[in-house]
Design a binder for this molecule. Structure first.
Ligand SMILES: [Zn+2]
Length: 414
């Protein structure tokens, strides 16, 4: 593709703004929890735009939506793109939506230029990228990638104890969850456009980030059972203070993360609940929730192992009982060098500045990586702000992302 797309970005910005009005909260606040009335109205609006562009729509049993631009050789595995349109409470209008409506705009640009893809191009809306309702993010792509089994999905409940099955059926998505997972090779390649959700591109004055790896969290819940007692009467020898034990674990985790010597390893204890939580009572029970992330699974899991070792050491020395529960340990993804090279060539051809970078947040691409070569294209967002109503990406930034995505899709689908 050598011709520069000449569509007006205002049209797309208008569509992003209309989508943002479809919210459970008062605009400009965007709240669109999966399978809510707002989510369903938003899906209907976007599917209408897909249909207007002549795309063929398929929905799977969990509500992932696939809009296909048929290629001249429809038997070839398609090129995938897309993101999500659900939004956490009190969010903004760019996270996810830029990847869906921007993907659509890239297709419309190519259509207007008279481009005919050889491979079909499939634009995907993934169900429930945000964990708001079921406590687990990337529900749709997790199931496509076979990481969440149908029986695990069936067991999911929201805070009102309503099951995923009940809610998806009510939303109009029926059929067996067995049919959601796709085989490796179903997509030839997948590329996702997204806002950075961090400050680096804006700070460095760059148009685009080419994502080389997507970090993934391992999350461990730790329960420490010690022995309570009167803070004055019970003397120090023989105490089994659960919080003092927790303190050792927190510091052990911090030191394990630092000891890798790599900036990409991060570990956090974000929850520390102390029981009974009285100033004159020795803590008898503590619950910790930890989050360990890296772009290298083996390195991340070594930190996890160190934490487990610290648990048995502390429990032995202090006489407390420590139990752990691994909540999740998603594998990080390495992005595909072929797609990255194509993104780079497209950025150069489009005259856009860029750098290669790591995604510290995880995205649907993390799970698409289980079945296809993937890469991501980041655009800046103001101040690195995301998951807030003041999230903002300028029309120029969005336009640059769409331009480069369109060129890349055209090359990959040729
Ligand atoms: Zn997102």
């Amino acid at each position: 593709m050598t011709t520069k797309p000449n569509r007006d970005i205002d049209h797309l910005i208008g569509e992003l703004n209309i989508l943002a009005q479809i919210s459970e909260a008062e605009p400009p606040v965007v709240t669109r929890v999966v399978f809510s009335e707002a989510d369903l109205r938003a899906r209907a609006y976007v599917k209408g735009l897909f249909a207007d562009a002549g795309l063929t729509i398929r929905e799977d049993a969990i509500g992932n939506t696939f809009a296909r631009w048929q290629g001249s050789d429809p038997d070839l595995a398609p090129i995938g793109t897309g993101s999500h349109i659900d939004a956490i409470p009190n969010a903004g209008l760019y996270d996810g939506c830029v990847g869906v409506l921007g993907g659509l705009e890239a297709i419309r640009v190519l259509q207007q230029l008279g481009f005919q893809p050889r491979r079909s191009i499939e634009l995907i809306i993934f169900t429930s990228e945000e964990p708001t309702r079921f406590g687990l993010g990337c529900l749709g792509s997790r199931m496509i990638g076979g990481v969440l089994s149908p029986s695990q999905a069936t067991a999911l409940r929201d805070k009102e104890c309503r099951s995923l099955d009940e809610l998806r059926t009510q939303a109009g998505f029926s059929g067996s969850l067995d049919s959601v997972a796709l085989a490796r090779g179903h997509y030839h390649q997948f590329v996702e456009l997204h806002i950075e959700q961090g400050p680096l591109l804006e700070q460095e004055g760059l148009d685009l980030g080419l994502v080389t790896a997507i970090a993934a969290p391992a999350s461990l819940r730790i329960q420490i059972e010690g022995e309570g007692g009167h803070a004055g009467a019970k003397l120090m020898p023989g105490r089994k203070d659960a919080l003092a034990a927790a303190a050792e674990l927190i510091l052990a985790l911090e030191s394990a993360a630092k000891s890798t010597g790599v900036i990409d390893t991060v570990a956090t204890v974000g929850v520390c609940e102390v029981f009974p939580g009285a100033v004159n009572s020795i803590p008898s029970r503590v619950r910790l929730e930890t989050d360990i992330r890296d772009i290298d699974a083996a390195r991340r899991d070594r930190v996890l192992t160190s934490l487990h070792e610290a648990c048995s050491d502390v429990s032995g020395r202090r006489g407390v009982v420590i139990t752990t529960e691994l909540v999740n340990a998603d594998p990080p993804a390495t992005c595909d060098p072929v797609i990255l090279d194509q993104l780079e060539a497209s950025a150069i051809a489009a005259g856009k500045s860029f750098k290669r970078m790591v995604s510290r947040a995880y995205h649907d691409s993390l799970f698409m990586a289980r079945i296809a070569p993937v890469a991501m294209l980041f655009i800046p967002c103001r101040g690195g702000v995301s998951h807030r109503p003041d999230e903002y990406a300028s029309p120029e930034w969005i336009g640059a992302g769409i331009h480069v995505l369109a060129r890349t899709l055209a090359s990959l689908a040729s």
